[in-house]
Design a protein. Structure first.
Lengths: 183, 183
């Protein structure tokens, strides 16, 4: 069971792939796709779409998890974030991979233990849980954290990980356990 | 010279294809791609991406025009609009078609003569200018209007229509002419 976590952003989109192997959570890959400096937003978005397809092709995830978008007060910023997010969602769905949404709070709580953890705490705990050397970049760490949260909450609740839930507005309870480390 | 106009929306995306043929503007095709009721926003976005690629494949435009997004005060609405818009931009750019942006005001002024025209006026004038039977749906009419505006403003200003300008913040002057009808 492979899970792809994605953290779409207007400048950079983090991704992380983990696997549940015999009850353990194992790191597979992670990275940051930067929208780059290609001339014109549309070319940057097309590039993001192509790069995400390449990630999916390379790692063949069974399901994907995306952090629910936090929108502030700026409609202009939300539009730009939405553009990158829409491209990410479309890329994943075009390969038949179901997409789940989790709130930032749920994800932080599952990985760090508190819903208002700082970015650095997430990076630290993700590196520790997945036994990474060095800390992943913040965007990749968020994506890995989302994937970890999804694997474990689904496991505990006996859910089918590949079932699509993002179309629903069900509010998932934050899981209250500690991730088991891969050995 | 074929121009694809696109009017991305959170529920429906209008498109319109026109051609400049011997100084005339000729209608080629138009339609509305509805995000539909597919389960999950990500599948609807993937569907929009695929359908836009099919439109591009069918009509082989030399350039595309997108209305500059109007964002109101709701960041949540802007996010949802951004998702559809990002998918549309990425689809067009992935086929090497350059994307131009025009403001709603410029487009209305070019087609109706006033920057604050109502939707119905745009539908009426687009149908008349392109000699359509019946009025196109509002979203398709907006897309056709954007394409008409682009063809004519570029013609008058001697611009290369296929050159990408959307990455720049240059403010284009509203063209002040009447579209020549195809005969």
């Amino acid at each position: 069971m492979r899970i792809l976590g994605i953290d779409p952003g207007s400048n950079a989109t983090g991704y992380g792939v983990i696997e549940r192997r015999e009850g353990r959570v194992v790191h597979v890959a992670h990275g940051v796709l930067r929208l780059g400096r290609a001339d014109g937003m549309e070319r940057r978005l097309a590039q993001l779409h192509a790069e995400l397809l390449a990630v999916i092709e390379a790692h063949q995830p069974d399901a994907a998890v995306v952090e629910r978008a936090f929108v502030g007060t700026s409609a202009r910023s939300a539009l730009v974030l939405g553009q990158a997010r829409g491209v990410a969602l479309a890329a994943v769905a075009s390969r038949g991979v179901s997409v789940h949404e989790l709130s930032p709070r749920e994800i932080k709580k599952a990985v760090v233990g508190t819903g208002n953890a700082e970015k650095r705490q997430v990076q630290f705990m993700v590196a520790r849980l997945l036994e990474l050397e060095g800390r992943p970049a913040a965007d990749a760490a968020d994506a890995l954290a989302a994937a970890i949260c999804h694997v474990n909450s689904a496991k505990l609740r006996g859910l089918d990980l590949t079932r699509n839930t993002s179309g629903r507005r069900r509010r998932a309870r934050a899981p209250s356990f500690v991730v088991r480390r891969a050995r």
